[in-house]
Design a protein around this ligand. Structure first.
Ligand code: GLC
Length: 725
């Protein structure tokens, strides 16, 4: 159906809809039932406590709530969407009620968190971002869309593109790390992968980019905490990834839980109307985060749920995720003249529009049990998940230990080496533990000569050392320790891990550590005392196979960190694109540094090793009209083919507002045979080198710019150029 056709259909539908039906379209029910009840959950509980509702009645309600209340509310036209439906049978059952048993037959929209894979769980986003590979990012998104839509999903609450520079924040796992450009390109690729070329196709799903905005800057890295920042920082460092996703055609946006400078994103008109719609031209749908509208009362910005509902609708939140306040209060607000119906029409039109764009009016039953059987966890999907993991695992250190030989006997220690279920990380809602391959599973299936120990008993360790040639130690985090509501004040390795590693070090055998984590960890001792270190993150269903392919050298690691590894929590937030200050850290006492820890990270942004080595030379900078051309020679000086991620950074040396000492301006991933060398060229548009002045005017100034090129953000060649126009 063409756009102008469905715009007319939307107006036609709105003219027929009652206020309750319009409010119903804005109501998304979730796993919790608040959205389905026609009463406020707290009111309901009060009614039980003061006896107005008997305990028996309440228990019956609870027992049948899932079925009766949902369906009753659904038939009455009070529900427009569900969050959490993810199997074809349920999806089609609920859809049939909506289409065939409601007055207007408006189809439901099914949203779900498809963050890093669906049934074929891929590496967590922070891991996959370390591949610096737009094609891979799009491919894995396309795969997850094929699987998720078979199960009835129409919209995923992804990509998450929150720039995050504080690994204490558990949700650093869900995005693409600390850099603006990486998050922008990652988000754009994911939007394209999820939505494909034609959103009406049964295997396409709408991307709902989140969390808009600056959620990654929560104070003290504590989830759901406040955010306070200048407009310049917001515009230069936190908004660009969202703009990139909107420009890529994302059809939905989710405002974040946090406030920005005291105004919750959920009721932030400047964010949701001025920036998102007026400045960026976004014409899709917005949906609150879970219960976030009601939580504006907790923020202290709404007197009660009705006030929160009014403010959120006026600010530009179209759909209410699971708080139920739109369904319960909008009609009343309109009847009392506290809200005009046009506001409701505008939001309902946005909801109806995404349903037309998804082809749901023409084909409401897109979920398919047959496709569920055919699409899930195919051999090709597993292979892609393994490739994604191999491209995401970062070699942080290697002093002549890796790769091991498959002829060696390998001692494997640490519980995480055997816990397949921990490999899927946070936000893998459809993960099945038996699908996952642990390191031990891979050793078994590949007939590796190994001995395993959980690593708690030193005697057992010493016994192993008598026969094992090399050791592999699995340390780090369980999946429950990262993701939402999982901030950590201390991001060091746990005591058990440290004890195991210290024992390993004393054994004096060639040893490598594999870190499983949802965040950069503070690993100063490990970086000094264990000769080889791999950061495997939570690498998904093919974890064990990918890790062994790297450990035994079939795959040459190429990943580079997209978030720095701090020396300790005390350094957080920590990021490479910092400004210099008037007293940059130096030898003198009176410079910006700590008494007890270094100022530098253990491993910086952009860092990652290979089994080969690379040499950079002949950096050349040329001004070419509207852009600057940067070229460099890169040579593979080692003995095996490798892929190098060549990074280009820029520094505006003098400006009205201090500029970051480096900002990633571009990168290229290039494959080089041993001895091969190539010229890598970047073209950076001058108008991208600007910044916002104190009046929020975007300035592109003349002056001296430094350009850095290298294999990470620290070790670079540098040349300067005077830009005069
Ligand atoms: C959660 C998260 C959000 C997710 C939503 C729906 O609270 O903040 O990222 O998409 O609820 O599950």
């Amino acid at each position: 159906m063409l756009k102008q056709q469905y715009e007319a259909e939307i107006q036609q539908l709105l003219s027929q809809m009652t206020i309750e039906e319009k409010a119903g379209q804005l109501n998304q029910c979730g796993p919790s039932l608040a959205g389905a009840f026609d009463v406020d959950f707290e009111e309901l509980l009060n009614m039980v406590c003061d006896g107005r509702v008997s305990k028996e009645k309440f228990q019956k309600m609870m027992a049948s709530a899932e079925q009766d209340y949902h369906e009753e509310a659904l038939r009455a036209g009070h529900i427009g969407s569900y969050n959490g439906v993810s199997d074809a049978e349920t999806a089609n059952r609920l859809q049939r009620i909506a289409v065939e048993e409601t007055r207007l037959g408006i189809p439901l929209l099914f949203g779900y968190d498809v963050i890093h894979g669906y049934r074929t769980v891929t590496p967590i986003p922070l891991a996959e971002s370390c591949a610096w590979d737009e094609r891979l990012w799009e491919e894995t998104a396309r795969m997850s869309a094929k699987e998720a839509t078979a199960g009835g999903v129409h919209m995923t609450f992804a990509p998450m593109v929150d720039v995050s520079r504080d690994p204490r924040w558990g949700r650093i796992s869900e995005g693409a790390g600390e850099d603006v450009l990486i998050n922008s390109l990652y988000g754009r690729a994911k939007v394209k992968g999820f939505q494909g070329e034609d959103l009406t196709r049964a295997d396409a799903m709408a991307a709902c980019v989140k969390h808009f905005a600056a959620y990654g800057a929560v104070e003290a890295g504590r989830d759901y905490n406040r955010v306070d920042m200048s407009g310049q920082k917001l515009y230069e460092e936190y908004l660009p990834p969202f703009e990139a996703c909107v420009k890529a055609g994302a059809r939905a946006v989710m405002p974040a839980f946090n406030d920005i400078n005291g105004v919750p994103c959920t009721v932030n008109e400047k964010l949701l109307r001025d920036i998102l719609r007026k400045q960026w031209g976004f014409d899709g749908m917005t949906i609150s985060d879970a219960n976030a509208i009601a939580e504006c009362v907790n923020h202290g910005c709404a007197a009660d749920n009705a006030d929160a509902a009014r403010q959120a609708l006026l600010a530009g939140v179209d759909m209410d995720m699971t708080s139920g306040v739109y369904s319960r209060h909008l009609k009343d607000l309109i009847d009392k003249g506290q809200l005009n119906e046009q506001e409701l029409d505008r939001a309902a039109a946005n909801v109806l529009r995404i349903k037309f764009e998804l082809g749901l009016f023409d084909n409401p039953y897109q979920a398919s049990k047959e496709r569920e059987k055919r699409e899930m966890l195919t051999g090709k999907h597993r292979e892609l998940a393994r490739t994604a993991a191999e491209k995401s695992i970062v070699l942080l250190k290697n002093e002549g230990v890796l790769p091991f030989s498959r002829k060696q006997k390998i001692g494997i220690v640490g519980e995480l080496a055997a816990q397949a279920g921990e490999m899927t990380g946070t936000w893998a809602l459809r993960a099945v533990e038996s699908d996952c391959v642990s390191i031990i599973d891979a050793c078994e299936s590949q007939n590796i000569d190994y001995v395993y120990s959980p690593g708690k008993d030193e005697r057992e360790f010493r016994e192993m050392a008598k026969t094992c040639d090399v050791f592999l130690a699995a340390v780090g985090e369980y999946k429950r320790e990262s993701g939402e509501a999982s901030s950590r004040g201390e991001i060091a390795l746990k005591a058990d891990d440290m004890k195991m590693l210290e024992t390993l070090q004393r054994l004096g055998k060639p040893a490598a550590a594999v870190i499983f984590s949802g965040r950069p960890l503070a690993i100063p001792w490990l970086s000094e005392n264990i000769p080889a270190i791999l950061e495997a993150w939570h690498p998904g269903v093919e974890a064990g196979n990918a890790i062994l392919n790297i450990v035994f050298g079939e795959v040459n690691p190429s990943a580079k960190l997209t978030a720095a590894f701090p020396y300790s929590s005390g350094q957080c937030p920590l990021y490479y694109a910092h400004i210099n200050t008037g007293r940059p850290a130096g030898k003198s006492k009176f410079t910006s540094k700590y008494l007890d820890i270094p100022t530098e990270p253990v491993y910086p942004f952009g860092y990652g090793l290979s089994y080969t080595t690379y040499e950079y030379k002949n950096l050349d900078i040329q001004e070419k009209g509207s852009f600057i051309q940067i070229s460099v020679r890169v040579k593979n000086t080692g003995k095996r083919r490798g892929e190098e991620i060549v990074q280009c950074y820029v520094h505006d040396t003098v400006a009205k507002r201090a500029r970051p000492v480096k900002q990633l301006a571009g990168f290229q991933k290039t494959s080089l045979q041993p001895g091969e060398e190539k010229t890598i060229t970047f073209e950076i548009e001058k108008d991208k080198l600007g910044y916002y002045d104190e009046k929020m005017q975007y300035l592109v100034e003349e002056g001296v710019f430094e350009f850095f090129v290298g294999g990470n953000s620290r070790d670079c060649l540098m040349e300067k150029i005077e830009i005069t126009e």
